[in-house]
Design a binder for this molecule. Structure first.
Ligand code: SF4
Ligand code: FES
Length: 244
């Protein structure tokens, strides 16, 4: 099949970007979206042109590095998947596909479709851990934990830190991301010890970095490839109020 790609090209964070148009023939419906970009880059290199820079690593929906806007949707027009899981069979022959980097002041463009998401790392470093002595793994039943809480903590822990929630939010809020990180620890006994300090520190760093606040629009939940729920934000707010 043949597609027309309108891809955001930007030399670096200081330069002004613009869309470039590529008419790309020979796309197989069996290709993943990233494989299609790989094939485009091979063609560009063969023609002596600059390939398109984009982030990717696991290509299995795990690492969270492959985010980009596709036809106006963070990650993908298909709900619940990362860009690397998007298949070209979702498009039709002759389609125009618009590809852009995350749009958020806190995620500056490095080049083309690559953005700097290290702001998330800074929030995580501020408290997204528990302090324990390492040693042999404890018996699985030595710390009682309700099954419901274990399941909810597991769901929250499935956040891959991709940043689609920030990109989708009109306020560029990181509340869904942060609430997942807070919840996965707040729901388990191991996380309770440092809970107050953790939430105070992580919220403080998030605010300092310039992320916006949540206004309950729900775009983050709708675009999250891992189905992280807004109820996590409610839990984050409760944890924050209890921390003072
Ligand atoms: S909450 Fe969802 S959209 Fe936001 S970083 Fe985590 S996985 Fe990505
Ligand atoms: S490349 Fe790792 S989630 Fe897409």
């Amino acid at each position: 099949m043949k597609v027309r790609l309108k891809i955001w090209r930007q030399k670096n964070s200081k330069s002004k970007g613009a869309f470039a148009t590529y008419d790309f023939d020979g796309v197989s419906p069996e290709m993943s979206f990233l494989e299609m970009l790989d094939a485009l880059n091979t063609k560009l290199v063969q023609e002596g042109r600059e390939p398109v820079a984009f982030d990717h690593d696991c290509r299995e929906g795990i690492c969270g590095s492959c985010g980009m806007y596709i036809n106006g949707y963070p990650h993908s027009p298909v709900p619940g998947i990362t860009t690397c899981h998007l298949s070209m069979r979702y498009f039709n022959d002759g389609d125009t596909i618009t590809v852009e980097p995350w749009r958020a002041k806190t995620f500056p463009v490095i080049k083309d479709l690559m953005v700097d998401r290290s702001a998330f790392d800074k929030i995580q470093v501020a408290g997204g851990f528990i302090s324990v002595n390492t040693g042999a793994a404890p018996d699985s039943n030595s710390i009682p934990c309700r099954k419901k809480h274990a399941d909810e903590a597991f769901d929250s822990a499935s956040c891959i830190g991709c940043g689609a929630c920030v990109a989708a939010c009109k306020n560029a809020s990181a509340m869904l991301f942060l609430s997942a990180k807070i919840s996965q620890l707040a729901l388990l006994p191991q996380g309770r010890i440092e809970a107050k300090e953790r939430v105070r520190e992580m919220v403080s760093v998030m605010d300092e970095l310039g992320f916006g606040n949540c206004s309950n629009t729900g775009a983050c939940e709708a675009q999250c490839p891992k189905g992280i729920k807004l109820t996590n934000i409610a839990r984050l707010n409760r944890e924050y109020y209890k921390a003072f």
